[in-house]
Design a protein around this ligand. Sequence first.
Ligand code: SF4
Ligand code: SF4
Length: 160
Amino acid sequence: MLNTNGVPDKALIKTKFPDEKYLIKPLAITECYEKIPCNPCSTSCPFDAIYIGEDINTAPIVDFEKCTGCGICVYNCPGLAIFIVQKLNEENARFKIPYELRPLPIKGETWSGVNRAGEIITKVLIEKVSLTNRHDRTALIQVLVPLEYINDFVTIRRQI
Ligand code: SF4
Ligand code: SF4
């Protein structure tokens, strides 16, 4: 799928997720599948939790023991290829996703949840919108997503 239409299939997506036992805390998922010369995720992580190594073309590997879910790498990834996910309970997962479109969502709003093929799959609740002075283009949007879509949800779209 990735090579034909640019959309990773579920098996490939799952290779980027940790074992479910780790998901009780927020963790960074790097959806970087190709070998590309890029490493700001690794160099920006204050906890040394993303490994790329000597060859800058190597796809990043997250050390889920070290990752705190702080979200710094999300702001620093030029490809918007990182998000934070946490399994809250048997009903919901919490995501923190990068978002650069405007207008930004507002806390408390319901937006559409979208999968990697650009299809609307569910409704999601906007819990928080964060912008920093240093990263005023990329907002971090905290979203509550039904747990069944934990491997499908990737971004939001305003409901029309
Ligand atoms: S979320 Fe924070 S701790 Fe985890 S990999 Fe990203 S920068 Fe490092
Ligand atoms: S910064 Fe983003 S695009 Fe670059 S290697 Fe890391 S995850 Fe991939």
